[in-house]
Design a protein around this ligand. Structure first.
Ligand SMILES: Nc1ncnc2c1ncn2[C@@H]1O[C@H](COP(=O)(O)OP(=O)(O)OP(=O)(O)O)[C@@H](O)[C@H]1O
Length: 294
């Protein structure tokens, strides 16, 4: 059975806004990044999965259950971090976590305590006095404390500093080892690259890409930057390399073939410096799906 199964899901808000004919599924144990520009439809899709919105067409199922009709049953099995956390400002962090735990009938607080310690924040601070990042940590504790098999995270690292973003990445990696299935929306390719097996890209309310990241990593090219002793050499070399760019003595290009072919070409020139690195995931996406992917 699929953990998530979305088929032809549509919610038309008018003016070309909403989500249109969205289909995808997640198997148990998959960690999937949901990426797309502001307003693309990520939150709308996730809110359908949580049963907060009724679809106009199509269907959304979690563990075989209809997301809207069986929302309360589904929420028992799903950890959820909303994009915007609406919290009880008068409570402190711990009181709020307890309040949600009671609603979700969670009896064991061990995991919540572990997460509070891991995310390094003081849960006794009143929520109204918390920074955005601290509130986000409260939201993360709530999403993970239930030890649910499926976790939906809407912009999980928004407001977190780089150190905490890294801790978040490690948290996802350890949850994956524990067999969790996770769908997380993000604007940050690097974060998706570090944590996910698959990437779903949404644009203008439609799925624009559904790619296996490991296959994509195997297929990516290397980005070379070569500095020649003079402009003439740089130009002569550039004439032999398709789709390269030359600025003064420097030539940059992508290369996927046999590196020996490249080295043979290069040895006839006076090379001053050479840098090579794998393309980033973001660069691969720009290459496949165009500059306007965001
Ligand atoms: N209740 C609503 N009524 C009308 N339009 C809406 C409603 N909810 C969302 N929209 C519109 O639908 C589109 C998709 O919004 P959504 O919040 O799903 O995008 P998103 O991909 O999560 O964006 P972001 O990255 O900014 O959070 C946006 O244009 C938004 O303005």
């Amino acid at each position: 059975m699929k953990m998530i199964e979305v088929e032809h899901l549509t919610k038309d808000y008018g003016n070309k806004k909403g989500i249109f004919d969205i289909s995808f599924s997640l198997k148990k144990g998959e960690i999937v990044g949901f990426i797309g520009p502001n307003g693309a439809g990520k939150t709308t899709t996730i809110r359908h999965l949580m049963g907060f919105i009724k679809q106009q067409q199509g269907s959304a199922k979690i563990m075989g259950m209809d997301c809207f009709q069986e929302a309360s049953e589904i929420q028992k099995h799903v950890g959820y971090l909303p994009g915007e956390i609406s919290v009880m400002e008068h409570m402190n962090g711990y009181e709020f976590i307890q309040f949600i735990a009671e609603m979700k009938q969670i009896k064991d607080f061990q995991r919540a305590h572990e997460l509070i310690e891991y995310l390094e924040f003081d849960p006794k601070v009143k929520i109204r006095k918390m920074s955005k990042g601290m509130k986000q940590k409260v939201g993360l504790v709530i999403a993970f404390m239930q030890d649910a098999p499926l976790i939906l995270l809407d912009e999980p690292t928004s407001g977190l500093d780089p150190l905490m973003q890294q801790k978040f990445v490690e948290l996802i990696q350890s949850e994956q080892k524990r067999g969790k299935t996770i769908l997380m929306s993000s604007h940050i390719f690097e974060e998706i690259e570090q944590t996910c097996d698959r990437i779903l890209m949404i644009k203008d309310g439609r799925i624009a890409a559904d790619e296996d990241l490991n296959k994509m990593k195997l297929n990516r090219s290397k980005h070379y930057e070569i500095t020649f002793a003079n402009k003439e050499d740089a130009q002569q070399f550039a004439n032999r390399i398709p789709a390269c760019k030359r600025i003064s003595c420097k030539v940059t290009f992508l290369w996927k073939g046999d590196v020996n072919v490249l080295l043979k070409e290069l040895c006839t020139f006076d090379v001053k410096d050479m840098n090579a690195r794998y393309q980033t995931l973001e660069e691969v996406f720009i290459q496949y799906y165009g500059e306007d992917r965001k």
